[in-house]
Design a protein around this ligand. Structure first.
Ligand code: PLP
Length: 227
């Protein structure tokens, strides 16, 4: 078996196991294959194993892959930082954008989303550990930006995304994810129609699932180390 095929099978199994351990329905946990710095052939390989959602961090690299793989029915997620001068291209070519952290960016994405396309799915990036090195909305600013985003016509707020500070101990990994779960719950209590917690990477996937992740973003564990 090729290693991508083996790795995907392994990750899917780990998702199943974590789901059953924490009383989750694994159907509510999607696997996003993070393919930055990987070749189109690797994506094609994963696709042939049934993978449909792919995450990219760099616009130009993603655009080249989209051209290369235009025969495949891929759901494209942008998971990199969003700069204002990139919003048009993102709005025109992606299905999801995960790292929205300013209302200005959300407005541009909505304005620039082509009329013929369904609304762009977006997540608000939360700086859950208030790290100076990371972008994202502070937890106490989530409600305000979420409510404003909900009024924009061509984007659909799906939920929240975070990249917590690295922790090696499982119980410590769970803490920021638990805060994220509570933050999504607060939005739902306010009547916002969101369903997504984009959280969990190769090293902390199980903790994220334990705390309600609905979308894990996995690169290394599927495609191997990036050069
Ligand atoms: C690269 C990246 C991932 C995947 O990380 P791995 O550790 O390779 O699984 C997930 N999310 C974001 C935002 C990334 O940039």
């Amino acid at each position: 078996m090729h290693s991508i095929e083996k790795n995907l099978a392994q990750i899917r199994l780990q998702i199943e196991q974590a789901a059953s351990e924490y009383n989750r329905d694994s159907h509510n946990i999607s696997l996003l294959a993070v393919s930055k710095k990987k070749l189109p052939a690797d994506l094609r390989n994963a696709y042939s194993c049934g993978q449909r959602d792919f995450g990219e961090n760099f616009l130009q690299e993603a655009q080249a892959k989209m051209r290369d793989l235009s025969d495949l029915d891929i759901i494209w997620h942008f998971i990199g930082p969003v700069q204002s001068n990139k919003t048009r291209a993102l709005a025109e070519s992606f299905d999801w954008v995960h790292c929205v952290d300013r209302l200005k960016i959300a407005r541009r994405l909505s304005d620039q989303r082509p009329e013929s396309m369904p609304p762009l799915n977006i997540c608000i990036q939360v700086n859950i550990d208030l790290e100076t090195s990371k972008s994202g909305v502070a937890p106490d600013g989530i409600v305000a930006i979420a409510e404003a985003i909900c009024n924009l016509p061509k984007i659909r707020l799906r939920g929240l995304m975070a990249i917590p500070a690295q922790q090696s101990r499982f119980e410590l990994q769970r803490e920021p994810f638990a805060k994220m779960r509570q933050a999504l719950h607060d939005l739902q209590q306010r009547g916002l129609d969101c369903d997504t917690l984009s959280m969990g990477m190769s090293h902390d996937m199980r903790a994220a699932i334990a705390e309600g992740s609905t979308l894990v973003r996995i690169g290394t564990a599927i495609f191997g180390e990036r050069l």
